[in-house]
Design a protein around this ligand. Structure first.
Ligand code: FES
Ligand code: FES
Length: 183
């Protein structure tokens, strides 16, 4: 467990006894599980999940693209569901289970999905890739054998300016087949 937190009573007490404290930015001790490891961090209430993951947790795999909920590059999994980290406050995921692209590796190696993106050229510049992979991972967890239409629908909120999407869809299909073989 990583802990950078001060006792909650220290901050709330200061705010109560000192009027100036009430003007200070509110802070919260965030307890979350990130990629299988529980963390506790003292964070500003207004901190975005994207900034928490990249700057506090040091997980820079999650990308900041549009920063406005349009591109999907910042997608992470929260309790197995895709979520835009640029449009989510870190305090909104209090107590939840977060997975980033780094956490999808298996035994220190690329997962079948990550491998498929690598081998089938689903990743070119790679900027959209973490969001594509986390979104596709969520799809394959709930639907191990998706059709092309289902893949397109699932990835509809993830933009890529390099691949033309064909290779990305192929990568997800290859990963689905590999997961079935390995099951
Ligand atoms: S950076 Fe979050 S949707 Fe674009
Ligand atoms: S691989 Fe470059 S944006 Fe998708």
């Amino acid at each position: 467990m990583t802990s950078t937190a001060a006792p909650a009573s220290a901050t709330t007490g200061a705010a109560r006894s000192n009027p100036a404290g009430s003007r200070q930015r509110a802070r919260t001790i965030l307890t979350v599980t990130v990629n299988g490891r529980e963390r506790e961090d003292l964070i500003a209430d207004g901190m975005l999940l994207l900034d928490y993951l990249r700057s506090v947790a040091g997980l820079t795999g999650t990308k900041q693209g549009c920063d406005g909920g349009e591109c999907g590059a910042c997608t992470v999994l929260v309790d197995d569901r895709p979520r835009l980290a640029c449009s989510t406050l870190a305090v909104q995921v209090q107590g939840r289970r977060i997975e980033t692209v780094e956490g999808l590796t298996e035994g220190g190696r690329m997962s079948p999905l990550q491998q498929a993106f690598h081998e089938r050229l689903g990743a070119q510049c790679g900027f959209c890739t973490p969001g594509m992979i986390t979104t596709a991972e969520a799809l394959l967890r709930r639907n191990p054998d998706p059709s092309v239409a289902e893949i397109k629908t699932a990835l509809g909120g993830n933009l890529c300016r390099c691949t033309g999407y064909v290779k990305i869809i192929e990568s997800v299909q290859v990963a689905a087949a590999a997961r079935k073989e390995g099951a």
